[in-house]
Design a protein around this ligand. Structure first.
Ligand code: C2E
Ligand code: MG
Ligand code: MG
Length: 485
């Protein structure tokens, strides 16, 4: 790396470090210093690894700046990353700023303090020699800024909220909120980096389409199967990891073909999506699940606490009347909206975000749970996570399956759990197959999970035996014989 001439900002960093004390703002008076070049090189190399400076302003961060503006009632918010000489703004709210000189920047103050900086009134702060600071047209009077750190803890940038009025000093929980928002940026960066790293290492593409050009099945076969009632729903338990109590079920469709036997969904759902048959098949599945929930509750009212989830395809989401349809099904079957969950993938929402937003909003108002399936394999963009009213992130099983193989997949899982925590969502880990994965997930703070270790998807009759277990608690997979397949 070519080192620039020793820049003036380095002098101020050390100066600030020397005098920074809790409650006191860093001053800028010392003039001599030995620059910690290895540390700065390491910081720049962490920054380069994120590839954030190679991109245009990132809409995926806009949700965070907007959320910060709303929470702090800020007049402007900037998210910037600093190289040796400039702070590159990757998302702004309020004043449209693209870049700033690093010299005398707020980033330097954050770097100097090695933590968040709050300035309730600029005119009273000696760092701002003439007592003024402007951000384009905005006369800034107060600000608060939190560091965005690399995985190794180095400060790459800062998330800053600005006000044009003096403000009281920040309460501790407000400061924690700002830091959490900055951590969300860091999580997003890390998630992107790791996804790039393991791309091509065999991670399953979400809903990878099988070759549907073959002769079987065709659209007529699907229509025939629907008429002949050949589709069946299997159910896989979802458990609370700490207790192994069954808290929910996922309905998974199969085609019980008279000659070919039990056909898995990936052998016919892609075709059904392509030829439009997914609508009637999906409607059948939804109505079947609602009736089944009703029957379980008749068997035992305690089952009212179960949430049964149905997978929905992109086409089903593109239909504005979906919420009305679901509402009618809930009414007909007499079940509560709390008992139903709808699973969707990131890719099914993206093509028509406007409609998806409306549909999800209406479903949320109905009170059904919304789950983001196969999370981590698609866009993993915070902007829609924030805009869409999602209740649960389901960590894709490709990550869970590789968790014990190395640090990277483990880190992805850790990052998703942390993301969900900050966003106030629940997390379900999919595809838990080994005790090792189970214990790792528990230690990482993941609350819910499903997988062959606990139970495979099974027909209603088999599942009923599990639902009758005391407290619906499954045996410890470490010491018991395998459950029925
Ligand atoms: P999904 O929603 O992610 O469902 C989870 C898949 O992982 C299921 O495959 C399940 O059997 C499998 N699985 C669960 N635990 C484990 C485990 O521990 N290890 C492994 N290796 N796999 C595990 P399945 O049933 O073949 O379904 C595949 C996909 O088909 C589903 O993925 C879902 O996207 C789609 N699908 C299933 N039913 C429906 C449906 O009714 N409608 C629509 N649109 N899609 C459906
Ligand atoms: Mg699913
Ligand atoms: Mg899934």
């Amino acid at each position: 790396m070519v080192r620039p001439e020793r820049p003036p900002w380095a002098v101020r960093i050390q100066a600030a470090r020397d005098v920074a004390e809790p409650g006191k703002m860093p001053q800028a008076e010392l003039q001599t210093i030995t620059i910690d070049w290895p540390e700065e090189d390491a910081r720049l190399s962490d920054l380069a690894a994120t590839e954030i400076l190679d991109t245009e302003p990132e809409p995926s961060f806009d949700a965070i700046t907007r959320l910060s503006a709303e929470y702090f009632r800020a007049d402007s918010v900037l998210l910037g990353f600093a190289d040796a000489s400039r702070v590159w703004i990757k998302s702004y709210w309020g004043e449209a700023v693209r870049e700033l000189p690093r010299r005398w920047s707020i980033f330097e103050m954050v770097l100097a303090k090695d933590g968040p900086v709050v300035v309730p009134d600029i005119s009273k702060n000696p760092y701002f020699r003439d007592g003024r600071m402007t951000l384009r047209r905005l006369e800034v009077v107060s600000f608060a800024s939190a560091p965005v750190r690399s995985f190794d803890g180095r400060i790459l940038g800062a998330l800053t909220v600005f006000g044009c009025q003096p403000r009281r000093t920040m309460a501790l929980d407000e400061l924690r909120m700002l830091e959490s928002l900055a951590d969300m940026v860091a999580s997003q960066l890390e998630l992107r980096r790791l996804r790039k790293c393991i791309a091509g290492q065999g991670v399953r593409h979400p809903r990878a389409k099988r070759d549907v050009s073959g002769k079987w099945p065709g659209k007529a076969d699907l229509r025939h199967a629907l008429e002949q009632r050949e589709f069946v729903l299997y159910y896989q338990p979802e458990v609370e990891l700490s207790t192994r109590r069954i808290v929910g079920l996922e309905a998974l469709i199969r085609w019980s073909h008279p000659v070919r036997g039990l056909v898995p969904p990936m052998d016919f759902i892609p075709l059904a999506e392509e030829c439009g048959m997914i609508m009637p098949i999906g409607d059948w599945g939804l109505s079947e699940v609602c009736n089944q929930i009703h029957n379980w509750c008749l068997d035992d009212p305690a089952h009212q606490s179960l949430r049964v989830c149905v997978n929905l395809s992109a086409r089903q989401f593109a239909r504005e009347g979906l919420a009305d349809h679901v509402e009618a099904l809930l009414r007909q079957s007499g079940i509560s909206s709390r008992q139903l969950g709808l699973e969707m993938t990131e890719s099914s929402l993206i093509p028509d975000m406007g409609t998806a937003l409306d549909v999800l909003g209406s479903l949320r108002r109905l009170g059904v749970s919304l789950l983001m399936d196969d999370f981590g394999t698609g866009y993993s963009s915070l902007s829609y996570l924030h805009s869409f009213p999602i209740d649960v992130l389901k960590i894709d099983r490709s990550f869970v399956g590789r968790m014990t193989e190395g640090e990277q997949p483990l880190q992805i899982v850790r990052t998703i759990i942390e993301l969900a925590r900050v966003l106030g969502m629940d997390v379900v880990a999919e595809g838990i197959e080994t005790s090792e994965q189970y214990h790792l997930l528990r230690n990482l703070g993941c609350r819910y999970g499903q997988g062959f270790l606990f139970a495979r998807p099974m027909p209603v009759e088999t599942l009923n035996m599990l639902l009758r277990l005391p407290g619906r608690v499954l045996p410890d997979p470490g010491i018991s014989t395998p459950l029925p397949a």
